[in-house]
Design a protein around this ligand. Structure first.
Ligand code: NAD
Length: 366
């Protein structure tokens, strides 16, 4: 009789959904009721069962519309009014990075915990000031780097922790798609674009998976005819002391009808590869895919069926992590100090682009 093929010795249990807080009644109030709040934050919080008490926006009509569409009980006429509501424990801020520090200053003075949008600030000094304000006030500050909770990335981390990759030797994220930056006029006109607003997710996720690089080298450019002020396509190479190399290749001006968004991690023991579903049809997207193999089980490629989406599902992660940190008096996964290191890489990449040289991220200081 033919022997039954030997099953792999181990099949990982990929428990990639966010760890939820003990209490679901933490009072959240939203500052800035724009696009991302409407199509990502609020749908995610509804799915998770979080307690959104109210919303404000410089444009009060926008706040009212958001409250109506998402069944939010209260519209605050001003930030002051929101901050003086004692039932608000967390200010969930989603305004422009250039003004985020002003809101952080007021919210920390009022003793509110904060979930801030990425990028934490448009200048490194403002980001440092934001983190220091929170530390001085003794409140928690987390940054909404939610790609860490995107299913493919979180599963890759679980596999790495479980030894499937061994020592990482090579990693890449490559995304070629068409992005209409005119949907965000304030980004379109800005002096920083692709790295500051998009690749920052890849930078943060790769740091999360692999740690911090020694050197970064970046080339940034635009496609022919593009009229944004800043770069829309970038190639970045990171070097680690261990010999690990990373490539981030992000191009938003591809005209071809075969967009792709892939990640791949290679190590001494295995390979993990997948697709980033969101980037095939932003902001609707599709679930990520994930495949992996390891010398532990030669000849087998495993694939995981992932049923959650970057938007909105991954947006539960940073908020849940902040709530857990409040409950346990610990540091949120994407806490402010950690985020400064992501921003050091962002600004190191810009310095590298300008000066045409490899830059060590710790060169970026106030
Ligand atoms: N995946 C992601 O994590 C992701 C995606 C898109 C945008 N973002 C970030 O979210 C933030 C908002 O982006 P968006 O696309 O929603 O922009 P948007 O222009 O649609 O919305 C911003 C809102 O903030 C309000 N606002 C501005 N300054 C304010 C202030 N001082 N007080 C109160 N309200 C104020 C505006 O009136 C507007 O309604 C940005 O930092 C952006 O980088 C993150």
């Amino acid at each position: 009789m033919k022997e039954t093929p030997k099953m792999p010795e181990a099949f990982p249990h990929l428990d990639y959904k966010p760890k939820m807080p003990r209490r679901m009644d933490h009072g959240i109030a939203i500052v800035g009721a724009g696009g991302i709040v409407n199509y990502a934050h609020l749908p995610a919080y509804k799915k998770a069962g979080f307690n959104v008490l109210g919303v404000t926006d410089k444009n009060l009509d926008q706040a009212r519309r958001t409250a109506r569409e998402h069944g939010i009980p209260k519209v605050y006429a001003s930030l002051d009014e929101l901050l003086s509501d004692r039932s608000v424990e967390i200010a969930d801020v989603a305004v422009y990075p250039s003004v985020q520090v002003e809101i952080i200053e007021q919210a920390t003075a009022a003793g509110k915990h904060l979930l801030c949008q990425k990028p934490l600030a448009d200048e490194y000094a403002k980001a440092v000031r934001s983190v220091e304000l929170a530390e001085k006030a003794g409140v928690k500050l987390a940054v909404n780097q939610q790609m860490r909770w995107d299913a493919g990335i979180r599963c890759a981390q679980l596999l790495i922790d479980d030894g499937w990759l061994g020592v990482p030797t090579y990693a890449t994220i490559q995304v070629h798609c068409k992005t209409d930056w005119s949907l965000w006029p304030w980004i379109y006109e800005g002096k920083h674009l692709e790295i500051m607003f998009h690749s920052i997710h890849y930078i943060d996720s790769l740091r999360y998976l692999l740690g911090d690089p020694e050197y970064v080298f970046t080339s940034g450019s635009r496609g022919p005819g593009e009229t944004t002020k800043a770069e829309t396509k970038t190639l970045s190479v990171w070097e680690y002391a261990s010999g690990l190399q990373v490539l981030i290749d992000a191009c938003h001006s591809t005209w071809q009808d075969d967009p792709y968004a892939i990640f791949r991690l290679e190590g001494t023991e295995g390979v993990i590869k997948g697709t980033i579903g969101l980037m095939y049809n932003y902001p609707k997207g599709r679930p990520d895919t994930l495949e992996f193999m390891s010398k532990r089980n030669p000849g087998y490629w495993f694939s995981a069926r992932l049923d959650s989406m970057w938007i909105p599902d991954a947006f539960v992660g940073p908020m849940a992590s902040l709530m857990c940190a409040i409950e346990n008096n610990s540091v949120p996964e994407t806490g402010g100090r950690d985020n400064l290191r992501t921003l050091q890489i962002v600004f190191a990449e810009y310095r590298s682009m300008e000066e045409k040289r490899a830059v060590r991220p710790p060169e970026i200081v106030v």
